[in-house]
Design a protein around this ligand. Structure first.
Ligand SMILES: Nc1ncnc2c1ncn2[C@@H]1O[C@H](COP(=O)(O)OP(=O)(O)OP(=O)(O)O)[C@@H](O)[C@H]1O
Ligand SMILES: [Mg+2]
Length: 465
């Protein structure tokens, strides 16, 4: 495994046989970067294999393998490492060849410190962007493997066809749905349907950004525009240029910024904080929320005009409990995924397990299902997962806080849920023996049987007794 970047400082590899030159460069660079050194091409390549390197400063004239050869190998094997060539004036032709081979730029040996620092900073920035892009692309590719299960539900088929239709339109999409229903995944998928996969997909989770930083995170800021703005910052809008900006948890957008967002969407124009310069951005917006936007409008915390502007193409993802027929498919997908991750060979689920899964409430939707399967695979020892492997709390129904019930009903339901839970847990302890369970609970067997019918327990544990 490659060693990690220490303290997250970018790593620069200096390949230079001239010691004085190497030391000078190291001195000026080590303030901002971690510098490692090699005095010839072979040992340089060896270091690249072992360490995560962001940038290489590469001398052309080296003992043994020359700089151009090293460059070719680097560009061939590591698509995200940038290379700056170090050369003497009379070798400029070679430097030009190096650039054609993919070097970022060159410096001559009579360099000026500031120029070198500047060049290095830009190369690193480019390298980091490229890395992000590669990451996005690999994520995209992953999505188009069989990783995503739309399922057979009518609702999901409809959503699928909507995605196909909007793929190459720039229309704004508003995705709603409970937590864990796959909103972000759908957003990525919509983005991934566009023809050009090299365009950025940028995420801004408005619930995760401190309120006072939302504006500069989205729109960027100029150096010195507020206390703490030590340098210029490019906002997510600009980063998403020509691509997609995914605004997650849109209801959390502070009211005073909603007008600015509206303008950015409508006119494709933004201004960085602390600047009057208008910047044009061509960005597709996909917004998502698991909260009721309509209610937020009624409460006066969300602008209606912005809502209509966002809600051009609405996609509502159903909660998992409303698409239970897709559960076996999803469970199987996650089973394969975690079998692979944990090097396990679990074959599948038996009927009792699938039935239990179909009856769960799935408050956390697909994410919760995935977490459960991960856990089952991680600790599972048998080939087939069955009911007793599934933790009881999953299939004991509990109260839905959102459900409108009267106070008396609430109490009754709570008692029933508690009773059911207790009986099931005791039965599990008593190895599903009813007599023993009744004894532990201190009730007659006939009462236990009556309660089991009343609380629908037989249905749940049919295969056990
Ligand atoms: N249809 C699907 N097929 C496979 N995996 C899915 C599917 N939908 C969601 N997932 C998985 O479920 C998890 C939750 O998905 P995602 O993050 O997109 O949900 P979300 O709606 O954005 O949730 P939240 O509101 O909590 O942010 C992820 O791990 C995702 O990979
Ligand atoms: Mg999400």
């Amino acid at each position: 495994m490659k060693s990690h970047q220490k303290n997250n400082r970018p790593v620069i590899l200096l390949v230079e046989d001239d010691e004085t030159m190497g030391d000078t460069l190291e001195t000026i660079l080590k303030k901002n970067y971690r510098v490692i050194k090699a005095s010839d091409g072979e040992s340089g390549l060896e270091l690249v294999r072992k360490t995560e390197v962001n940038l290489i400063l590469l001398d052309i004239m080296l003992p043994g393998m020359d700089g151009l050869e090293v460059l070719k190998i680097i560009k061939d094997q590591y698509e995200d490492i940038e290379v700056i060539i170090i050369t003497v004036i009379k070798e400029i032709d070679t430097a030009v060849r190096a650039i054609k081979l993919g070097a970022y730029d060159y410096v001559t040996k009579d360099f000026d410190y500031d120029i070198v620092l500047n060049l290095v900073a830009r190369a690193i920035e480019k390298q980091e962007d490229k890395k992000k892009l590669l990451y996005f692309q690999s994520e995209m590719k992953q999505l188009f493997r069989k990783d995503f299960v739309f399922g057979t539900t009518e609702k999901m088929k409809e959503i699928y066809s909507t995605i196909q239709k909007v793929a190459n339109l720039q229309s704004t999409v508003l995705i709603t749905g409970e937590s864990g229903t796959g909103k972000e995944l759908i957003a990525r998928m919509i983005h991934g349907q566009t023809d050009d996969l090299s365009t950025p997909f940028v995420v801004a989770n408005l619930a995760a950004i401190p309120k006072e930083l939302v504006e500069s995170t989205l729109f960027g800021h100029e150096k010195g525009s507020f206390t703490g703005a030590h340098k210029q910052h490019i906002g997510k809008f600009e980063l998403a240029h020509k691509g997609t900006l995914f605004l997650d948890e849109i209801t959390e957008l502070p009211y005073d910024l909603q007008a600015k967002l509206l303008r950015a969407i409508q006119q494709g124009e933004i201004e960085r904080v602390g600047s009057k310069k208008v910047i044009h951005v061509d960005v597709r917006i996909i917004a998502a929320t698991n909260k009721g936007l309509k209610r937020a409008i009624e409460e006066g915390i969300f602008r209606e005009d912005l809502y209509y502007r966002l809600n051009v193409i609405p996609i509502n993802l159903p909660p998992l409990r409303e698409r239970t027929e897709d559960i076996p498919l999803l469970a199987d997908l996650f089973l394969k995924k975690y079998n692979q991750k944990f090097a396990k060979k679990i074959k599948g689920f038996d009927e009792s397990a699938l039935k239990a899964l179909a009856g769960c409430h799935w408050q956390g939707n697909i994410r919760e299902l995935e977490n459960l399967i991960e856990r089952l695979v991680a600790i599972g020892e048998r080939e087939i997962i069955s009911l007793e492997d599934i933790p009881l709390e999953y299939y004991v129904p509990f109260l839905d806080a959102n459900e409108e019930v009267s106070k008396e009903d609430m109490l009754k339901k709570a008692c029933m849920a508690f009773e059911r839970n207790l009986i099931l847990k005791t039965m599990e302890k008593a190895k599903w023996n009813r007599k023993k369970t009744a004894r532990i609970l201190g009730i007659p067997l006939s009462t236990l049987k009556y309660k089991m019918t009343q609380l629908n327990i037989y249905e749940t544990i049919r295969t056990k007794i």
